[in-house]
Structures are given as C-alpha cells and as structure tokens.
Design a binder for this molecule. Structure first.
Ligand code: HEC
Length: 151
C-alpha cells in the first residue's frame, strides 16, 4: 500500500528555513569551539609563573612587562641562557602559545625549568593577560619608558 500523506517537502519555505538554520549552526561551530580569551582566568593562570617571574621585576626569570612584541633574550639586565639569546623569537600570541605549551622542547637548552601548560584555552587566557602588560598599562608604563628597555 502506498503512503501518500503530504509530508514536509524540501521545497517548502519551512524546510528551506530549517536547512538555513542547520547550515548556520554548522558554519558557526568552528568559531564556537574556540572560546574567547578570559582575562581574569589568564591572571589566575599567571600564578603558575609567579614563583619565578613578576611583570615588573627580573627575578629567577625576566620581567614580563612589554613581553609581547619584544625579541627573546632581550631584557638588557637579565642573564639569559645562550639558548634563549640565540633563539631570536619575536614573542607574540603564536610564538608564546608554542613556547608555553612545552618550553624545554620549544627552546632546547633554556634555563626555564617549567614543564609547560598543556591546556590550549588556559594558554590563550594567559597570553591575552600577558598582552595587557604593555606601555599603556598602569603597572608597566613607568618600567617601559625607562631607557634600558628601549634598545
Ligand atoms: C621555575 C621557574 C620558572 C617558571 C615557573 C616560569 N618561568 Fe619563564 N623563565 C624562567 C627563566 C629562568 C627564564 C629565562 C630562560 C632562559 O634564559 O633560557 C624564563 C623565560 C621566559 C620567557 C622568555 C622571556 C624573554 O624575555 O625572552 C617567557 C616568555 C616566559 N619565561 C614566560 C613564562 C610564563 C608565562 C610562565 C608561567 C606559565 C613561566 N615563564 C614560568 C623561569 C621560569
């Protein structure tokens, strides 16, 4: 027996709307998979660095004010390893993401004794927060206007 009940035709406006809605959900998925950076979470993640680093002062590791945009091994009065001096990396979101995932294999021979941050969202949050440590931030402005940072 034939089943002839009128069904939802793929040519109907309702079906077209359904298809469009499905397509837009599918298209937005790759964007949704990458959550935006969370600055507060990034500042919290910096607790992992504070045993050795501070934004404003060289400690076991070099200061982080002005990190984004500067070349690796370039803080004048900090005693870097040969490996970091020779790495010639410009620190930006991409290079920091690679370095912080696995510092010891990204810059073999570095004296940064830290295993890394495996979680990519945590790295994204942290890097977004590090990017706020620039010349227009209150905590870094005076440090970055000193001549020693300018060469
Ligand atoms: C156990 C101590 C230690 C910890 C923890 C640590 N670092 Fe470091 N970091 C260092 C040292 C030492 C250096 C200098 C490395 C060299 O000269 O090879 C360094 C260098 C760096 C550099 C290169 C800076 C430049 O001027 O070229 C970056 C970027 C960095 N650290 C980021 C971080 C971040 C972000 C964290 C936290 C997730 C972190 N570090 C945790 C000790 C540490």
């Amino acid at each position: 027996m034939y089943c002839n009940r009128p069904s939802l035709s793929w040519r109907s406006p309702a079906a077209a709307a359904l298809l469009a809605a499905t397509a837009s959900i599918l298209l937005s998925l790759p964007v949704a998979a990458q959550a935006p950076a969370d600055l507060a979470a990034g500042e919290q993640a910096y607790a992992k660095c504070m045993g050795c680093h501070s934004p404003e002062h060289n400690r076991t590791g070099p200061l982080h004010c002005g990190l984004l945009g500067r070349e690796s091994g370039s803080v004048k009065d900090y005693d870097y390893s040969q490996a970091m001096r020779k790495a010639r990396i410009i620190w930006n979101a991409e290079t920091l993401d690679q370095f912080l995932a696995a510092p010891l294999s990204n810059v073999p021979g570095t004296s940064m004794g830290f295993a890394g941050i495996p979680d990519s969202q945590e790295r994204r949050n942290l890097i977004a927060w590090l990017a706020t440590l620039n010349a227009s931030s209150d905590r870094c402005r005076s440090i970055l206007s000193k001549p020693r940072e300018n060469s």
